[in-house]
Ligand binder design. Structure first.
Ligand code: GCB
Length: 620
């Protein structure tokens, strides 16, 4: 055999070996509910990193992944060191002498040379954890953008795609008994046409390990998942389930205790380790933005206790009304990206997230749209605590590969993980399946399947999507067929900004909306550079944005079914598409708050309007 043919045979054989030795086909344990509350060991902090645009640490010179080659040597995940100082092997990387990045945190905002970087970065962290007998361990990342390959002590745990949902691997039996361990992550934020989101977005493609990392410890049989919520539209019944995982999961007793409400129930798991319940709960004080009451909920199975703080409320629609705990409501909202404009970069934890929600409260909000992808679990808990209703969304954004079954599967997995993560949060009242997806047959099929999936997973919340519309002169029509599947009519409109009109003409638009459902405008807005002043006709000025909001509110007030809005957006955010050298400089300037934290004039227009709406609906 000549050399190329030999190489080819070698490549095929190694590929087969790789497939056989690849990540286990066994079903993974489902996402641990409220995982951060069970954390035993945080892996946040400093991680050494290697920048790898050519993927030298992943592929050999044939483009064969090292983890599929027979020798298995060469991949950066090995963290290889020369065996002796006398006979040093040639190893062209060294994590321990490489620079470090802070985790959680995107790489772009931590080093100027990484601002626009798209590709692979390898991360490594050493940690000490001596596994205890009779315990199970789970490595948990809040989010890694976008594709992550994860290795523990040189062995592959698996791969995950999707930049905003948790990544979890069981590592029981894989930790070194000595207690010395290291974890390596290959994070790759390359954009792909078939990915979710796809190649084109109006937000920064922040890469890296952007949310908390920890190892959770659990008993052999443990409470992996639970749902404790009010029954659909019934404030007098608690329903849900507790799911155990592990060999002894069937026929176990689990105690559900809400001491403050005098509620105690003993549950017994079935053969699948699941105990479902539906019990009367008459005395519960209901959660609302005015009174965000949370109860300490305790689940106990043997020696294991899991605690959560859960609020209880109902949400439904009736004609064009949205009813929260049976009472009509106006959603005084604002859209928010998971970004701290002051870094500027991905929000890195509770402090950053609390700042964003505090701004929303100052604006007079009772509602936030957490666009355009699943936000940090900490954000959802803060919304519970601070009394903000939430629209939670998946990154099915613009032109997804509608015909591709793998793309659908990816979107559905992200939706399922979002719902799994958020299902006990009273604040979440809307699951959104996407944003501005252009109507068409394949797209309708794709989106309808997502809507049905969301309903099958959770029928106690509203399902929505930010729709597109079309215009003819001053007539706007909202008739997207997807609207028939949804509980709210939500659409993005940019009168006064992208629509070629004069600001003073904005109030003349009339809306023909085909659905008799509550109308919640998912976006409107316009850019303003904070500190740039002009008159109401000077684009980019604060005065223009101020007048735009005034005219928008006049226009929208004429929509009979208007029950809320989330203007675009709370704060300026980094956006690669926004390159005007004077006004934008890589930022979308539609924020009501600037990238230095300054409130623009339009902030006060909306604040004043929300004040009036609060008086009208809540009497204060
Ligand atoms: C939109 C998108 C949002 C953009 C915004 C804009 O319709 O949903 O992601 O950032 O418009 O500023 O153009």
């Amino acid at each position: 055999m000549n050399k190329p043919a030999l190489l080819q045979l070698f490549a095929i054989l190694s590929l087969m070996a790789g497939i056989l030795a690849g990540p286990s086909a066994l079903a993974q344990t489902s996402l641990i509910q409220n995982a951060p509350a069970r954390r035993v060991l945080s892996l946040n902090g400093s991680w050494n990193y290697i920048l790898d645009p050519y993927e030298t640490g992943f592929y050999d010179y044939r483009r064969m992944p090292f983890d599929q080659s027979p020798s298995g040597k060469g991949g950066y995940y090995d963290n290889q060191k020369p065996s002796t100082a006398q006979e040093p092997e040639l190893i062209e990387y060294d994590f321990d002498h490489s620079a470090a990045l802070q985790v959680p945190g995107d790489w772009n905002s931590q080093d100027a040379k990484l601002l626009y970087y798209e590709g692979t970065i390898w991360f490594k962290k050493n940690f000490k954890l001596k596994p205890a007998a009779g315990k199970r361990y789970f490595l948990y990342f809040g989010a890694i953008n976008y594709e992550a390959h994860i290795y523990l002590n040189g062995k592959k745990l698996g791969m995950h795609q999707g930049g905003f949902t948790p990544v979890q691997f069981e590592v029981t039996g894989k930790l070194n008994p000595s207690g010395d361990n290291f974890v390596v992550v290959k994070a790759d934020n390359t954009r792909h046409p078939e990915a979710v989101p796809t190649i084109n977005t109006d937000w920064w493609n922040y890469g890296g390990i952007t949310r908390d990392v920890f190892i959770a410890e659990a008993p052999e049989t443990f409470i992996v998942d639970y749902k404790v919520q009010l029954a659909k539209n019934d404030p007098t019944r608690l329903t849900g389930y507790v799911q155990l995982d592990g060999a002894g999961k069937s026929g176990q007793l689990v105690a559900l205790n809400i001491a403050e409400a005098g509620l105690r129930q003993s549950l017994k798991t079935d053969a699948d380790g699941r105990a479902t319940f539906s019990i009367p709960a008459r005395k519960l004080q209901l959660w609302s933005p005015q009174s965000p009451k949370l109860y300490a909920v305790t689940l106990t199975n043997g020696s294991e206790t899991v605690q959560d703080k859960i609020g209880f409320r109902t949400i439904q629609t009736k004609g064009q009304d949205i009813l929260l705990n049976g009472k009509s409501l106006f959603l005084r909202g604002i859209s928010i990206h998971d970004e701290n404009p002051l870094i500027p970069g991905r929000a890195r934890g509770e402090g950053d997230l609390r700042m964003l929600l505090t701004w929303a409260k100052e604006l007079g909000c009772n509602y936030v749209r957490l666009a355009h992808y699943p936000h940090n679990e900490i954000m959802l808990k803060l919304a519970d605590e601070m009394g903000l209703l939430v629209w939670a969304e998946v990154p099915v954004y613009w032109t997804i590969a509608w015909q591709n079954p793998a793309t659908y599967q990816n979107a559905e997995t992200q939706l399922s993980d979002l719902i799994s993560m958020g299902k006990n949060r009273a604040s979440i009242v809307v699951w959104s399946v996407g944003n501005e997806t252009p109507p068409g047959e394949a797209r309708l099929k794709f989106m309808t399947s997502l809507v049905r999936k969301a309903r099958a997973l959770d029928d106690t919340r509203l399902i929505a999507a930010a729709l597109e519309l079309h215009r003819d002169g001053s007539q706007v029509t909202v008739d997207d067929a997807l609207g028939a599947e949804l509980d709210l009519t939500s659409f993005n409109e940019y009168a006064g900004w992208y629509w070629s009109d004069k600001l003073s003409d904005v109030p003349n638009y009339t809306f023909d909306i085909k659905y008799n459902k509550p109308v919640v405008i998912s976006e409107f807005g316009g850019d303003a550079l904070a500190g740039y002043h002009g008159d109401a006709n000077t684009r980019w000025s604060e005065e223009y944005q101020e007048a735009l909001y005034q005219n928008q509110l006049l226009m929208l007030s004429k929509i009979a079914g208007l029950r809320g809005m989330t203007p675009w957006i709370l704060a300026d955010f980094r956006a690669t598409r926004r390159q005007h050298p004077v006004y934008q400089n890589g930022f979308n300037r539609k924020g009501l708050i600037s990238s230095t934290g300054v409130k623009k004039k339009a902030f006060y227009v909306l604040q004043d309007y929300y004040h009036r709406m609060a008086q009208k609906y809540d009497g204060k």
